[in-house]
Design a protein around this ligand. Structure first.
Ligand code: NDP
Length: 293
């Protein structure tokens, strides 16, 4: 069984980022990312902090915009308008989920598609569906695909079963995997909570992707011998033996499944490492495209 770790693959992405960064610097351009955080959700705060730190590590311009959970829709939209108009900002990410009184869809649609480095604007999702490489693919699915490519796992002609149909992960990954580019050309099946006899379906997968949000949901009976398993899930569960009283686990029961797999991603240390890397890559590409380089 091969363990597909996120760190070395993310490092390869960062090395590419730095190379492009040098070209941009030589042309007098500095890539800038704005991350908007609304409210006090601890997990969201941690994600935003990690994105901000990585920007600074790479030498990019980073702006963290923190707004109270009481912000109105109009105030948030005018914040987005200001970022759209700001030439120092090439990428805008609004950390999800937003408080319930806000219209998430309208907020995403307000972001300039050329700055939508999270890849969730309808223009970018449309480009993804059209195999148009000028768009931005959502970061987590792009990260999953990159992990497969870098690990030398053939996807062409393979049956990829994705459990989960969110735009953020499952549905977008399905579009990527059925596309015609590198790490694609797969035959894709997408399963969700209404799928009947899920284990019978997932056992047909050459490559099984779990993006469900239920700790250790995928067990040994869901996986065929020799499959590749990509675990997107990040779930915090109680663990009395851990110092903090909790730990992170994926949507896959790693201990039960790993010995059956040709390759598998760990949690933590797997797909999660790739999401930020692809965000940085998208932001640098947004800057390059703006500069016409
Ligand atoms: P969502 O809640 O938006 O989607 C979950 C999907 O799983 C839905 O399509 C849902 O089906 C499906 N599902 C739920 N229960 C079942 C079930 N019993 N059987 C089959 N399918 C089921 O979650 P996300 O896509 O946003 O995230 C999924 C996981 O990935 C989470 O653990 C999240 O924390 C993690 N994540 C990790 C990231 C990373 O960087 N590694 C980034 C983003 C997310 P239905 O549509 O029918 O409700």
């Amino acid at each position: 069984m091969k363990l597909i770790k996120g760190d070395p693959i993310a490092e390869a992405v960062y090395a590419e980022c730095l190379a492009t960064f040098e070209t941009l610097k030589a042309a007098g351009r500095l890539p800038g990312l704005a991350v908007v955080l609304v409210g006090e959700d601890p997990a969201s705060k941690a994600y935003v902090g990690a994105k901000d730190r990585k920007c600074q590590e790479l030498g990019m311009y980073s702006r963290k915009i923190e707004k109270p959970a009481t912000i109105t829709q109009a105030e948030l939209l005018s914040e987005i308008d200001a970022l759209n108009a700001d030439p120092a900002i090439h990428g805008i990410l609004v950390q999800m989920p937003l408080p319930k009184h806000l219209d998430t869809d309208e907020v995403i649609r307000r972001i300039d598609p050329a700055k939508d480095v999270d890849g969730l604007h309808p223009v970018n999702l449309g480009k993804l569906a059209m195999d148009d490489p000028t768009g931005f693919a959502p970061c987590t699915p792009a990260g999953c695909q990159r992990m497969l490519v870098e690990s030398g796992i053939e996807t062409a002609g393979k049956h990829v079963v994705i459990v989960g149909r969110s735009l953020l992960v499952g549905k977008s990954l399905a579009l990527l995997m059925m596309g015609k580019g590198k790490g694609a050309n797969a035959t894709v099946t997408v399963a969700h909570s209404r799928t009947t006899d899920l284990p019978a379906l997932t056992r047909q997968a050459d490559i099984l992707v779990a993006a469900i949000g239920i700790p250790k949901f995928i067990g040994a009976d869901h996986v065929k011998e020799g499959a590749v398993v990509i675990d997107v899930g990040i779930n915090r569960i109680e663990d009395a033996t851990a110092k903090s009283g909790s730990r992170l686990v994926g949507d896959v029961d790693f201990e039960a499944v790993a010995s059956k797999c040709e390759a598998i991603t760990p949690v933590p240390g797997g797909v999660g490492k790739m999401t930020i890397a692809m965000l940085m890559a998208n932001t640098i590409r947004a800057c390059r495209m703006r500069a016409g380089i």
